[in-house]
Design a protein around this ligand. Structure first.
Ligand SMILES: Nc1ncnc2c1ncn2[C@@H]1O[C@H](COP(=O)(O)OP(=O)(O)OP(=O)(O)O)[C@@H](O)[C@H]1O
Length: 314
């Protein structure tokens, strides 16, 4: 999906990030030891099952959730925890989020015009009202809807159209990074490809970088440059998309991949589902870390596992 991944300019960096809910004995760590870079122009997928911490990480990046440890850097500047009001505004403008459920994320009592204009109003990102109208009219056309839709309300639209409105609301801010949190999973299967194609086209046209959150590996295979697999709050593997599909290393990634349907009935029938058993990891004495096992291919492993994986690879 990316055009300039070879340049590898780091846009966003997460360094040893931890995100938790509650305090003291009630503290629940939803994501821990999170380390990854997102390059400008690429689509970086974060994949894991429900409850693995994907949304929490996305929300921390757009400052909807506080981090409890570590740093989040955007273009080299720290954007988590305490930052100035100006810096906050810059983050909100430059990093926009598209939400999973377009029905729930749009205010049903507001017109589409208001919904798409809201960020522009909040940050005074227009010269005058004519300029604002120009911006949102252009934006609504870019997502495949019509200017006359601006006076209508969210309930008058289908799920796919509502997600287009969600995309317009995010992109009218002219962001550099878009955190797309399962943007197609709530949509009818028949329109998912349309929305993905729209996102791809807009990425090319507007030089966007995507963090694409999904629970389904088959969805991200063909749209992402790199994939991080997350399991119960820990990223267990990160690699280029094809590399991950061809040479998964962590047993959890292997189990997820074994569940991806193969479009060949013969292979599909004889395929072995790999069941992941967490108890195979003994991390009591030999602690794990995020190891670069091959260039650009990282796996969560302790010393013994690293040695075993290296042997398997040789
Ligand atoms: N407000 C909250 N208070 C306490 N725990 C929370 C809260 N929000 C999320 N969690 C917990 O944090 C963990 C990660 O949740 P998160 O929503 O990030 O997962 P997810 O991978 O995005 O799942 P889904 O695909 O279902 O959204 C879950 O165990 C969840 O129960």
């Amino acid at each position: 999906m990316s055009e300039n991944k070879d340049k590898k300019e780091v846009l966003l960096s997460l360094k040893n990030v931890q995100i938790s809910f509650g305090e003291g004995r009630k503290k629940f760590v939803a994501a821990n030891n999170i380390n990854f870079d997102i390059y400008k122009g690429e689509t970086f997928a974060l994949v894991g099952e429900s409850g693995s911490g994907k949304t929490t990480i996305g929300r921390a990046i757009v400052r909807l959730k506080e981090t409890s440890e570590g740093d989040i850097l955007f273009k080299g500047k720290k954007i988590n925890r305490k930052i100035s009001r100006n810096e906050k505004e810059e983050v909100i403008r430059s990093i926009q989020m598209i939400f999973q459920d377009p029905a729930a994320s749009l205010n049903d009592r507001a017109t589409i015009e208001y919904i798409i204009s809201e960020g522009l109003y909040n940050f005074h990102l227009y010269k005058n009202d004519g300029d604002r109208l120009d911006k949102i009219t252009k934006m609504i056309s870019e997502v495949g809807l019509l200017p006359e839709h601006l006076t209508r309300y969210p309930h008058e639209f289908s799920g796919g159209q509502r997600q287009r409105i969600g995309i317009a609301r995010a992109l009218v801010m002219n962001p550099e990074l878009v955190v797309a949190d399962e943007p197609i999973s709530a949509l009818d299967v028949s329109i998912r490809a349309q929305v993905l194609n729209l996102m791809k086209r807009l990425q090319r046209e507007k030089d966007l970088t995507y963090l694409f959150i999904a629970h389904d590996l088959s969805v991200v295979r063909f749209i992402s440059d790199r994939i991080a697999v997350i399991q119960r709050g820990t990223i267990v593997e990160l690699a280029e998309a094809e590399e991950l599909f061809l040479h998964p290393i962590h047993p959890y990634s292997k189990s997820l991949l074994s569940a991806v349907p193969i479009p060949d009935p013969e292979i599909e029938r004889n395929k072995q589902l790999i069941v992941y058993d967490e108890s195979i990891h003994d991390y009591r004495a030999d602690k794990p870390s995020f190891v670069e096992i091959l260039p650009g291919h990282f796996v969560w492993a302790n010393k013994a596992e690293e040695a075993r994986y290296r042997k398997e690879l040789s």
